[in-house]
Ligand binder design. Sequence first.
Ligand SMILES: Nc1ncnc2c1ncn2[C@@H]1O[C@H](COP(=O)(O)OP(=O)(O)O)[C@@H](O)[C@H]1O
Ligand SMILES: [Mg+2]
Length: 352
Amino acid sequence: MKFHEPRNLALLNAGIISGVYAFLFFLTILLIDPHSFSHPGTFLALFISLLLLFSISYFIFRFTLERFIYSKIRLIYKSIHLVKAGKKEKATQMMDSHMIEHVQEEVAQWETEKVKEIEQLKQLELYRRDFIGNVSHELKTPLFNIQGYVETLLDGGLEDPTINREYLKRTDKSIDRLIKIVEDLDEISLLESGQIKLKPAYFDVVSLTREVVESMEMKAQKHNIRITLKDPGKPIFVSADKEKIRQVLTNIIDNSIRYGKKEGGNTKITFFDMGENILTEITDSGIGIETEDIPRVFERFYRTGQGRAATKKGKGLGLAIVKHIIEAHEQTINIRSTIGVGTTFGFTLKKQ
Ligand SMILES: Nc1ncnc2c1ncn2[C@@H]1O[C@H](COP(=O)(O)OP(=O)(O)O)[C@@H](O)[C@H]1O
Ligand SMILES: [Mg+2]
């Protein structure tokens, strides 16, 4: 029994009053006229008066309690409903006898929602702060480099033929890096806000992959990596944004080279028919990713410890873009990896 409900409180109070009344009744009779206990009329009188007293006090208690509580709660209830816009019709149920329970449920539900919202906002705020910190950190490195080169050139380096061209070249490289970061960030924010409209087309994903592999062959050779494309022997037509998928393939293959083993390795690309979709898998024999890092490599700016150790050059934006592109196609991307053994990235595309 819940004693915080007016109905039950009224019952309890009426019960106590009736009990006290019955006790006093017996006591009075005992003191004044003990013989009347043998008279059945005495008990009938007690029973009727108890019943009357119980019912009257129950109703009076319940009525006053409810009036009091309702008048207090109505205000709270109204304001909750004002906040929860769109659910105003429930306010009409305010006067029914289950109002307290309604209010309790609503307040509890409201509280859970608010706690969740606050948690999400805190998370977003943390993410935003991290993001700004990361952006400025990433921009700082090339900017400081440029500053250093320009200062050296101004301090007489310009006239020194052994360094002037070299320093200008380095400045140019740092500027390229700055531009690339800004372009990537721009792309991420457009993808995140859903402002990038995909340009779906039908194309052969096998020949697109071949093009990408060819364009990266030089870089692969430099890193001692052999790329093999398991040719399915026939074109596989998919429906997707060709240039975006080129970007996805370039990023993943680039990672397989960048995070490949120094002493040489291989990258294999395989296609699997999944019925409605085609699964493209890129498997490398590189440094691998720790299990706890796997879900995080798609975060903006996230780089694994091994990744950082392998190369200073990464920014941790490539896979964030890749994931956004695949999700914009309503497709999926997944990773399997064993540290020291290698990594497989697989993503699906809709077959024509
Ligand atoms: N094939 C891979 N093998 C091992 N680690 C990888 C691989 N691909 C990605 N990573 C890890 O995930 C991180 C994020 O990758 P990415 O978003 O492409 O950024 P970047 O390559 O610029 O560092 C990398 O820094 C690296 O730590
Ligand atoms: Mg990358």
